[in-house]
Design a protein. Structure first.
Length: 54
């Protein structure tokens, strides 16, 4: 299970995404981050976030 929690990255935001698939979780969090916070993360950076949590 791959999970992104916006608060884990310093935002005052309740957004959470859960997925069995890393690509889906990355796509969901990337879209949210760009639309809501104006920050565009690359797939590589988000993959590193996942690896560091593991």
């Amino acid at each position: 299970m791959v999970k992104f929690i916006c608060r884990d990255y310093g935002f005052d935001c309740d957004f959470v995404t859960n997925s069995e698939d890393a690509s889906s979780a990355i796509a969901e969090y990337s879209k949210h981050s760009e639309e809501e916070h104006g920050i565009e993360y690359s797939k590589e950076v988000l993959m590193q976030f996942i690896m560091r949590k593991g």
